[in-house]
Design a protein around this ligand. Sequence first.
Ligand SMILES: *Cc1c(COP(=O)(O)O)cnc(C)c1O
Length: 364
Amino acid sequence: MLEYENLNKVNAPYEAEFIPAFKSFLENGMYILNGEVDQFEKEFARYCGSRYCVGVASGFDAMYLSILTLDLPKNSEILVPSNTYIATIFSIIKAGYKPVLVEPEIRSYNIDPEGIEAQISSRTRAIMIVHLYGRPCELDPIISIANQYGLTIIEDCAQAHGATYRDKKVGSFGTTGAFSFYPTKNLGALGDGGAIVTDNEEIAAKLKALRNYGSETKYFNKYIGINSRLDELQAAFLRIKLRKLEKVNDHKRKLAEEYLRKIVNSEIVLPIPMENGEAVWHIFNVRHPRRDELKKFLLTKGIGTEIHYPLPPHQQSSCKKLFRGQQFPLSELIHQTTLSLPISTFHTVNDIEYISEVISKSER
Ligand SMILES: *Cc1c(COP(=O)(O)O)cnc(C)c1O
C-alpha cells in the first residue's frame, strides 16, 4: 500500500536527534518559553529572511494574533481567497472582522489579483493571501494593489515553508507571515505549533505579549492577550527539523517534477509551472472531472489519496449564513474536482513513477 501520509515514517529519520533533545529538555526543567523557543525563533526568522519571529501554539493563532496587532476599526473587511482551508477564514471572524471572499485563478488556485480589486470597499483594510498547496501567490500585482489602496497584507504560509517568489521567501512580503507547524506540514512538529515572522519591531513585541496573556513584564498585563505559546519541546524538535527543511523541499520538488513528466492523461489537469516563484509542494493536486471515481480506482491499485478540500468554506454549515446568496463557482469547481496525490518525504521517485503509470493508464 502506498499511503498518502505516514507521520511515523516522516519523523523516524530524526529519532536519533529527537531523543537527546528530549532528554536535555527534561533535565533542564524549564518547560515554558525558554531557550529552545528563543533559538528556534532566531533560526526560523533567519531562514525566512525576516527580522523577527514569534512562536505561537498553532497556525490559527499565528493568523488570529497577526490580525489583532493591526488594531483595525470595527466593521473592517479583510479579503481572503474563497478556496482556502477554513482556518484562514475563521481567524478573521474570531478576530472580530468580516471576511470577504475572493475567487482564485483557476490556473494557480491562488487568489486572483483582479478579483481583489473588484471586492475592495471603503471598509477593506487588509488582504489575507494564502500560498495554497505550497505555491507562492503572484505577489507583484497583489503588492501593487495593496499599496494603491493602503491595505495591509497578511500571508498565510501554513502550506509554504521555504517557497520563494523572485528568490525571496514567502512570509517576508506581508506585514506578517503566519506559519503552522501542524505535523503534516513541510516543517511539522510532533504536535501543534505555529509562528509569525515580521520585519516590524513593534508588531513583533506586541505579538510576544499577546501570546502570553498580554504581558511584557511578568504579572503585568498590558493587553488582553491569550495563552498561545509555542511549546518548548516542540521548538526543540522543530530546530532539528528546520536544518533539513531545504532537503525536504528539494525532495518534494523532485517528486513533483516526476509527476509532471510522467502523468499523461488528457482528463487530468496538472499544476502549471510558475515563472516568478518556486513552490514547495506541500500538496501535489490534480483535477479530474470524475474525481471520486479516480480516487476509488487508485485505492484499488493500493494508492492512497486525499481531497484538499471536499467542501468550500462558503458551503460549510458554520459559514452558510455569513455568505448567504453569494456564489463562488471557481472555488466550487476546484472543490469538486481536486485530488491530492502522495508526495511525502518517504515516497520515492519509483513510487511516483508507479502512481503516474496507473493514472496514465486509467484514461478511458
Ligand atoms: C494547516 C493550515 C492552517 C491551520 O494551521 P493549524 O496549525 O492547524 O492551526 C491554516 N491555513 C492553511 C492554509 C493550512 O493549511
